[in-house]
Ligand binder design. Structure first.
Ligand SMILES: [Zn+2]
Length: 436
């Protein structure tokens, strides 16, 4: 039995870096990552040590000169907004009106959804993002199709159909019951599909576009299916004002989600910039998670997430590109922006690397499964070549801090040579994108 297992297992030999916690990364300069035939990690360690162990007979895949890191985790992005990146608009609410809502209307077409979904997942894979939490639009059929493309692409993803039953443009307002029914159907069909790689998130866009009745039902459904809820919170001051006008009976923005049963460990809230201490404390008590999206916050001039207070309250957070308000699909870009956006605090490379991998996994309640190379986890990883920054760089001449610093401040999708989910190399060519 043991022999058979060894035969089927693969050993990737490379420099290996993975995260232990926000202050510590672990590395093996001549490392080995051993993966079984089902894509589970059997061992991660020093190559010479592993060679002497029970895994020594595994088939070696030689990646020396390159770096293996855990697959990157993007906690917040909008698939239909792929082509809207870099459209200079105005503030959040103006930008939604001018660019986003018209594009979301077009997503009703399956042809549009198919083309966008294929290009979107291709870009994610090329950027080394193996797990992501994705918004689509209100359109159920198009969302169903996005799931199919995600399955074909081989990525790990939490996906949800946007829900809006008020305060949205005419063509994007749903009947409340229809919205709940089609969301539940999608959840029943896709939550846990593709051997658990695909998961469902009930996706009320943000409080103003949702009735209290719909929010309450979303809370119940998410609980019943053990599914996710993803939404936005306190991205701009104008939005906070809109919420207080729309929901005058609630003491603050957080209370709208809280009192309607939408906060829990599987709730992922984007932004969280303009919250008061009491709101942060309540988010922490409910164990709600935050997707921090600095690139988007720069672009829309939304403000700075008070990282020091979020941490003080013990709220778990990860990074999100927030495409399309985020202009880059690369989590490496988001890592450096997480530092740049804090004028008085340093987000170190080791911490940014944690947020991009294990911290992201914790934010999505997936750290038992992914985020680093502990034995038994799924082998979601990327092969990175820093010579793509400059061919004169020699990985062996750089220490751990220097490597992480390069990834953070000079990294891009161009560094990523290969992306793997559950030990399987993701192949973007089979997606068959029209015109390519
Ligand atoms: Zn967003």
């Amino acid at each position: 039995m043991k022999k058979m297992r060894q035969k089927a297992s693969k050993l990737y030999r490379a420099r290996i870096i993975h995260s232990i916690n926000a202050d510590k990364a672990c590395e093996f300069k001549d490392g080995a990552l051993v993966i079984d035939s089902k894509g589970k990690i059997l061992a991660c360690g020093d190559y010479q040590e592993i060679k002497k162990s029970e895994f020594g007979k595994s088939k070696v895949v030689d990646k020396r000169g390159q770096l293996i890191i855990p697959g990157l985790v993007d906690c917040h992005l909008h698939l239909p907004q792929l082509d809207l990146r870099g459209k200079h608009g105005a503030t959040l609410l103006g930008w939604l009106e001018k660019y986003i809502f018209p594009a979301e209307k077009a997503f009703a077409s399956l042809r549009v959804a198919d083309d966008l979904a294929k290009r979107f997942f291709k870009k994610l894979i090329l950027n080394g993002t193996t797990t992501s939490a994705i918004y689509t639009t209100i359109h159920a059929k198009s969302t169903d199709h996005v799931f199919k493309v995600a399955k074909e692409a081989g990525v790990r993803a939490i996906i949800g159909k946007v829900m809006m039953d008020q305060n949205a443009p005419k063509d994007l307002i749903e009947n409340t019951h229809e919205s709940l029914k089609s969301s539940e159907e999608l959840c029943a069909k896709w939550h846990g599909a593709a051997s658990g790689r695909l998961m469902y998130a009930f996706t009320p866009r943000f409080a103003p576009t949702c009735s209290e009745y719909m929010l309450t039902e979303i809370g119940k459904l998410a609980h019943e299916y053990d599914a996710y809820i993803q939404s936005h919170i306190a991205e701009t001051l104008a939005e906070n004002k809109f919420v207080s006008e729309r929901f005058p009976d609630y003491k603050d923005y957080t209370a709208v989600y809280e009192e309607n049963g939408c906060l829990g460990p599987k709730t992922i809230l984007g932004h969280a910039i303009h919250l008061n201490d009491d709101e942060m404390q309540r988010l922490a008590i409910r164990k709600a998670r935050i997707a921090h999206c600095p690139t988007s916050n720069f672009f829309l001039k939304s403000g700075r997430m008070p990282i020091e207070k979020i941490e003080e309250h013990g709220i778990t957070y990860g990074l999100g590109t927030d495409v399309g308000a985020g202009t880059s699909m690369s989590i490496f870009t988001t890592m450096r922006h997480a530092d740049y956006i804090q004028p008085n605090i340093t987000v170190t490379p080791v911490k940014a690397f944690y947020l991009a991998t294990l911290g992201g996994a914790k934010t999505l309640s997936l750290s038992q499964l992914i985020g680093n190379f502990e034995s038994g986890k799924a082998a979601d990883f990327c092969v990175v070549d820093i010579r793509n920054i400059d061919p004169r760089y020699k990985l062996s001449e750089l220490n751990l801090d220097e490597v992480l610093s390069l990834l953070m401040y000079r990294g891009s999708g161009g560094l990523v040579e290969e992306s793997y989910v559950e030990g399987k190399k993701l192949d973007v060519d089979h997606l068959k994108i029209k015109g390519e």
